[in-house]
Write a protein that binds this ligand. Sequence first.
Ligand code: ADP
Ligand code: MG
Length: 342
Amino acid sequence: MSEKRTEISEFGEFGLIDHLNEKVQIKNSSTLKGIGDDAAVIDAGDHVKVVTTDLLLEGVHFDLAYAPLPHVGFKAVAVNISDIAAMNAIPKQITVSIALSNRFSVEAVDAIYSGINAACEHYGVDLVGGDTTASRGGLIISITAIGEAKKEQVTYRSGAKVNDILCVTGDLGGALVGLQVLEREKQVFLANPDMKPDLEKYAIVSGRQLKPDARMDIIHEFRELGVVPTSMMDISDGLASEIFHISKASGVGATIYEDKLPIDKQTYDTAVELGIDPITCVLNGGEDYELLFTIDQKDFPKLEKHPDVHFIGHITKAEEGKFLVTKSGTAVQVKAQGWQHF
Ligand code: ADP
Ligand code: MG
């Protein structure tokens, strides 16, 4: 080891992944895609397998002060399924590894697995293995998901072309606003344990945070409609950050329109109540687990009337940059803040 010490924060999460990737050499021709997309893609003869993994840590990704154990289990599966969906693939199997401190009882583990099993049922996947170990630092859940697709169905971050239409599913910003509400109620409760949190008014946004649903419904609809997006990824770090990923991987620019960005009424109202800009929540809020994708203009009529697909902009040449056109018609540069873990 050299004397030099570089802080991880200097690289950031994505910088660190790029740095690690520099030393990785692919040796097998069956590895069609390694590091750098929502999932790896592996040749399996007449089809491909897609593989993704995510790690959830107590205190970093969830707080058991307000996240019920079954929801934690469900979410741990859903965030992986979302990455399978982002490849336009169908999830088939998961493995689940958990680390538990002695704070957790068998009943607590059962509660986590009730959520995991409910998610397996919901997404039609089989739990096929995992690992169990002790932890000194609370609960850790690591899930790996495996999916399948035909080779020509797989969507990468790198396929967006100039003039493609940029689309998002559902609405954005809800999970971040939900997190802010849950944190606020936690502080109220810690200050006065007799105060019961009033979350009913915030059911939609707190639900978006605690129990996200991966958009497999959209992937099945793509199959029925005969649509293969030109590029796709899931929105886990915020729309702005994901637009940067698609732009970088595809070598393109993008223009999006503020008045086209989907936001739920409760998300909007709660953001205003909390004193945060709703558009900032839409652009930079994490964990919505909606899909960001691009389609060729010829496919627009197939999705035009879809109630849950929103056309937020289009792909431009790389040198045109990444811009948000505000409601007043001003073009402002999109900045990728996203979630910074480091
Ligand atoms: P997502 O948000 O879709 O889960 P990430 O941003 O976590 O994707 O990861 C981006 C890419 O980097 C993926 O291909 C992932 O497999 C890869 N990756 C992330 N962390 C590591 C690591 N520590 N070692 C190798 N590859 C990694
Ligand atoms: Mg992803």
